[in-house]
Design a binder for this molecule. Structure first.
Ligand code: NDP
Ligand code: TDO
Ligand code: MG
Length: 296
């Protein structure tokens, strides 16, 4: 029998990859904010009554990190209150939620990759709202899973790779922050990890509930990431010419939101408990650029 999975955030980067990669034995019902607005108190119950899902994957969120600093109410309404409502509805229906969260829940002052139970200390409104959402979801629905990931990129939607390709055409030189470390992760690899987790959850020996980390390897800085993007974009003829890159410190690139200097995720728990290994972001970047090269 096929599983029916309600996918929230289906118009976003991860959501679109989820729908494209849905396993054959899954009936995926994708909803964007127009079909299921997480800030609308009645919308989740109505969606559950209409679709009667066996599982929910929630990739819906307020993700504008800088804008969140001046819109904290909206960020918390979507990122905290949304998962809280989803958790209550899921608990009432007796089904689990697979929820996506972020490396920005961490403060950035760790001397090794962050593990799931390391202390959180978000330094942005976005990070704080996402942390509150993790807690609210797990409090309402203790059977649920939270997958923290980081630095998402892919063909669909807005992300650092697409920003670099756009700015690379417009400018001769780009300054890129070289003192913030993290793990670029492709939306496709996140979608595959989520589908495998969903399948594992429906199996006779499901992985334990709670928080898991999934991200790409190897860790790098935004500068390193940009350098690889331009090198590979030129090699694959996505860009005819590439800009000069200049290393910046965080102080030299002021933004409304503070980002962690270090948000590298230790993903060994997921590998141990669900046999899902980190993806190689360089391979996934190659696939993304190859797809863009074909489209040109
Ligand atoms: N982007 C990144 O670098 C990272 C993202 N994450 C997390 O991964 C998940 C997916 O992110 P990503 O795919 O990049 O997000 P996007 O910004 O690409 O997409 C966001 C999705 O959320 C939906 N959404 C926004 N507001 C609401 C609302 N009020 N009610 C219902 N749906 C809403 C949007 O719908 P609509 O189009 O209709 O507005 C869209 O489908 C999020 O939980 C995010 O926090 C984690 C780490 C890194
Ligand atoms: C465009 C640009 C950015 N930067 C810096 C700013 C910042 O420190 C870093 C990345 O900028 P972005 O705005 O693309 O990335 P940002 O929005 O911070 O990305 C985050 O999004 C949320 C949703 C997450 O959950 C995180 O994991 C992370 O992916 O690069 C430069 O140094 N030079 C530039 O030209
Ligand atoms: Mg951004």
């Amino acid at each position: 029998m096929s599983r029916r999975v309600l996918v929230g955030g289906a118009t976003g980067q991860v959501g679109r990859a989820l729908l494209e990669r849905a396993p054959l034995d899954v009936e995926a019902i994708g909803v964007g904010s127009s079909e299921l607005d997480l800030t609308d108190p009645g919308a989740i119950d109505a969606a559950f009554a209409r679709w009667r899902p066996d599982q929910v994957i929630n990739a819906a969120a307020y993700t504008a990190v800088d804008r969140a600093e001046s819109q904290p109410e909206l960020a918390f309404a979507v990122n905290r209150d949304g998962p809280a409502r989803l958790g209550r509805a899921a608990a009432a229906a007796g089904i689990p939620v697979l929820h996506v969260s972020t490396d920005y829940v961490f403060g950035g002052d760790c001397d090794r990759p962050y593990r799931e139970d390391d202390p959180t200390a978000p330094n942005s409104v976005y990070g704080a709202s996402k942390l509150a959402g993790e807690r609210a979801l797990l409090a309402a629905s203790p059977d649920s899973l939270v997958l923290r990931t980081s630095w998402v990129f892919g063909i669909h939607g807005q992300n650092f790779v697409k920003t670099m390709l756009r700015l690379g055409v417009e400018r001769d030189e780009l300054g890129i922050v070289a003192d913030q470390w993290g793990c670029p992760t492709s939306a496709v690899s996140i979608a595959e990890a989520l589908w495998r987790l969903g399948e594992a959850l429906a199996s006779p020996s499901p992985p334990g509930a709670g928080v898991y980390h999934f991200a790409g390897a190897p860790a790098c800085t935004w500068y390193d990431f940009a350098e690889t993007i331009f090198q590979r974009a030129q090699a694959l003829a996505v860009l005819a010419r590439v800009p000069r890159l200049r290393r910046l410190s965080t102080e030299e690139y002021p933004t409304p939101a503070q980002r962690p200097a270090w948000s590298v995720l230790d993903c060994s728990k997921l590998e141990r408990e669900a046999a899902i290994a980190p993806s190689d972001w360089r391979e996934d970047l190659e696939s993304m650029l190859a797809a863009l090269a074909v489209r040109r």
